[in-house]
Design a protein around this ligand. Sequence first.
Ligand SMILES: Nc1nc2c(ncn2[C@@H]2O[C@H](COP(=O)(O)OP(=O)(O)OP(=O)(O)O)[C@@H](O)[C@H]2O)c(=O)[nH]1
Ligand SMILES: [Zn+2]
Length: 351
Amino acid sequence: MEEEDECPELVPIQEKPGGPAVQIPVTIITGYLGAGKTTLLNYILTEQHNKRIAVILNEFGEGSALEKSLAVSQGGELYEEWLELRNGCLCCSVKDNGLKAIENLMEKKGKFDYILLETTGLADPGAVASMFWVDAELGSDVYLDGIVTVIDAKYGMQIALADLTIINKTDLVNETELLKLRDVVRSINGCVKILETQKSRVDLSEVLDLHSFDIKDGERLSEKLQLVKASHPHLDQSMRTVTFEVPGSVSEDLINIFIQNLLWEKMFKNKAGVSMTVIRLKGILSLNKKEKKVMLQGVHELYELDETPELWDDQEPRLNRLVFIGRNLDGDVLKREFISAVSRRDCVDDS
Ligand SMILES: Nc1nc2c(ncn2[C@@H]2O[C@H](COP(=O)(O)OP(=O)(O)OP(=O)(O)O)[C@@H](O)[C@H]2O)c(=O)[nH]1
Ligand SMILES: [Zn+2]
């Protein structure tokens, strides 16, 4: 597709004389909660066999143990660093944490040759991106290769900064809706390249090694950050994370009823009487008669229960671990409702 006139022309960078130390490219993967960032990350890790890739996950909430087990497939030459961010405003903290994580990674330098950085669906990608521009010293070891934004075709976006947007979940919308979304993306970011995918399956050559910022000294990045500064809304502080564990095994039917009451009927209220809105739901569940762990994934009102390959160990206590991200959430109430829902004795056919 022909790009607009105002899009800056990219000039290939000249190799510095004297053979400088190899710089490691960093691709930032952004996108709103549940858009498909981790799906993309896993896809890249399974498809890409020539590069040793390090992954940094910048996740939201306390459920990081769970996030780890959900996020990245193990095996191969994979090195992980984890960023933990607490509830609250992330705009301020993300920059320092991001730097530290990358510095930790740098100590293992030589062991990998590419970094993928997934930012939480709530972080300000501008803050993460700006550290590459601000910190000149860091800039000598790594460089920002590109900002990839995954967009949920059904639920929305975060695209002003992106070099590449991936409109994911095209299976959930029709051609007209897709066309509309493409227009919206173009109107926010006229220069951005747009790919359309299901399950974030992309041609890796269109995602990695973009060299989006190869004009000297991050000038283009600073220009970009300037552009979004004016329009960037502050992080949504009403968003909270709630996690809890409930021991034992539960009925699949009752779990479905609980989730549907929560996501579809919005039946549960916090102590102020306001309905809880869950935007993102993740969990590892122990279902009756299932030998393997079951993963729960929810985005807005859509959810799925998938058996993982992982068996419950004989010694391992069976339990259910859940993470909720949303508004007006009350952890005590949610846990109580969960326990009461899975303890129902009537209409159970599988316990
Ligand atoms: N229908 C459909 N679902 C998808 C597609 N791609 C991913 N999903 C599902 O969307 C859910 C969220 O995917 P993730 O990759 O975990 O999303 P994420 O952006 O990493 O989520 P957070 O890190 O929590 O913000 C999972 O249940 C995926 O299976 C798609 O193309 N179509
Ligand atoms: Zn993720």
